[in-house]
Design a protein around this ligand. Structure first.
Ligand code: NAP
Length: 201
């Protein structure tokens, strides 16, 4: 398969590229440091990326930013930023991408554990993660030509906890998270939220 990975230079994206590369042709895209650059928050940039890449069998998004702050400090701009980037960015990857994905291809988006298990400071992130999941469930119903739409919901990633100076023992290594993306791409499920966790692997 020819697979477009957006966020290919990130902690999760690098692991997804490593897992897919032995068996598939991977096209890497990201904000700044990939052969193909794209700004998820800009639909014009997303369309330009698809025009540059051509037809693919699968699209993976391991990108999307949202602001983490106490609710009473989240500004209008913080909400708008989070909605435009992680939520509408991934929604637009699907909307603009249908015509660039081959029959029976797939989209795999990324939400996160904070959709289901919020914590103080996660209101904007929990909002957009839940939005991504709701969108994917519905979009899967209307996707044309057998195209599938799934979401991977990662827990805290070990490498991320390490880089933040937090206890890494509660995290799941990026390589383990990447297996859920492979399962979404190579499997047959659609409209599914794959909850990556230590318990299920
Ligand atoms: N890591 C975790 O513990 C964890 C847990 C749950 C959910 N998640 C979610 O998983 C996703 C990836 O997380 P991560 O930790 O792997 O992120 P990361 O290491 O910070 O990497 C972010 C990736 O997104 C790209 N990017 C940044 N801004 C972009 C933009 N405007 N348009 C397109 N690409 C952009 C970056 O590209 P450049 O490097 O080229 O700028 C990079 O490839 C995020 O949505 C995050 O919320 C992560």
């Amino acid at each position: 398969m020819k697979i477009l990975v957006i966020g290919a230079t990130g902690t999760i994206g690098r692991a997804v590229v490593a897992a897919l590369s032995p068996r598939h042709e991977v096209v890497s895209a990201s904000g700044h440091h990939s052969p193909i650059t794209v700004d998820l928050a800009d639909p014009i940039s997303i369309r330009a990326m698809y025009d540059a890449v051509g037809m693919v069998d699968a699209v993976v998004s391991a990108a999307g930013l949202a602001r983490f702050k106490p609710l009473d400090q989240l500004s209008d701009d913080d909400f708008q930023f989070s909605l435009s980037n992680k939520l509408m960015g991934q929604v637009n990857l699907v909307r603009c991408g249908f015509e660039h994905v081959r029959d029976r291809g797939s989209f795999t988006l990324t939400s996160g554990v904070l959709a289901r298990l919020p914590m103080p400071g996660s209101a904007a992130i929990s909002l957009v993660n839940s939005g991504v999941e709701g969108f994917a469930r519905a979009a899967a119903l209307e996707a044309p030509r057998g195209i599938r739409v799934n979401v991977v919901s990662p827990p805290w990633v070990t490498e991320t906890l390490q880089s933040l100076g937090m206890d890494p023992s509660q995290g799941l290594p990026a390589a383990s998270v990447a297996r859920y993306y492979v399962e979404s791409i190579e499997g047959t499920q659609t409209g599914v939220i794959l909850e990556a966790s230590k318990m299920s692997r």
